[in-house]
Ligand binder design. Structure first.
Ligand code: UDP
Length: 245
């Protein structure tokens, strides 16, 4: 798979269709791996923490989540066909898994949210098997690993703990978990459960989903202020070379 390097993170240049096909091929072959969906905030974390960058760059699929990544690619002259948002990847993957009656485990969010997300996904995608659920506020990660293994394992696990917790969890525990593909998907369970809503289509089409989230949740301002810094770093890399690596 071709990659595009943005401040040292090697994104896969794939369409949504190719990303799903690649994930399904792995699931069918039972080839273990994890999927990450970095946004500018995660790329910035990678710059500050080499170990975290290694975790991200070792993923089986590294999908560009967010319009900021696409702008960065354009500024750097790197080829990236377009955004592959984590929530959309999750939705398409659940649909594809349902067609093959695969088992999905939902891990993350506040107590009760994963169960509701599971119910909603099952009624939307008949055939999908929810292997089990567990909230994301465990004190010992082993509790979450045991929950997946006790239910007889799963083909895929949606790991929705927020960054960087979810990526570290996946890298640390993939070997001991009875599951093929772990997917780090941030706040997706809140959306599947109906606890949170995605921006209206018009915001998504205009590349302004981040702005909608800010309006809904002004406390995100601290996190969002990382975006201008990210773009400045990208411009610096473009002008003065690969200092972001
Ligand atoms: N979360 C969790 N455990 C934690 C911290 C967060 O399960 O210890 C959940 C949180 O409830 C939310 C998700 O992780 O459902 C993170 O959502 P956020 O909107 O921050 O992620 P994004 O989609 O922006 O990456």
């Amino acid at each position: 798979m071709k990659t595009a390097s943005i401040l040292g993170v090697h994104f896969h240049d794939v369409t949504m269709e190719q990303a799903i096909e690649s994930a399904m091929t792995r699931l069918r072959a039972r080839e273990k791996g994890y999927v990450v969906t970095p946004n500018p905030e995660i790329v910035d974390l990678c710059r500050q923490n080499g170990e975290y960058k290694e975790i991200i760059n070792h993923a089986a699929l590294i999908l560009p989540d967010g319009i900021g990544i696409i702008y960065a690619a354009r500024l750097l002259g790197e080829e990236l066909r377009g955004k592959v948002a984590g929530i959309e990847f999750a939705e398409h993957l659940a649909a594809a898994m349902a067609r093959e009656r695969m088992r999905l485990f939902l891990l993350g969010a506040k107590p009760g949210v994963a169960e509701q997300a599971g119910k909603n996904l099952c009624s939307k995608y008949p055939g999908l098997v929810i292997a089990g659920t567990h909230d994301g506020y465990f004190t010992d990660p082993q509790q979450a690993v045991d929950a997946v293994n006790r239910c007889g394992g799963a083909d895929a696990v949606f790991v929705c703990l927020g960054a960087p917790k979810q990526e570290k969890f996946m890298a640390d525990h993939i070997d001991e978990m009875h599951a093929t593909l772990l997917c780090g998907l941030g706040g997706s369970l809140d959306i599947f459960a109906g606890v949170a809503r995605r921006a209206p289509d018009i915001f998504i089409k205009l590349g302004l989903e981040w702005f909608y989230r800010l309006l809904k949740q002004p406390s995100r301002i601290g996190r969002m202020m990382k975006l201008p810094k990210f773009l400045l770093l990208v411009i610096r890399e473009r002008l003065f070379g690969r200092k972001g690596k």
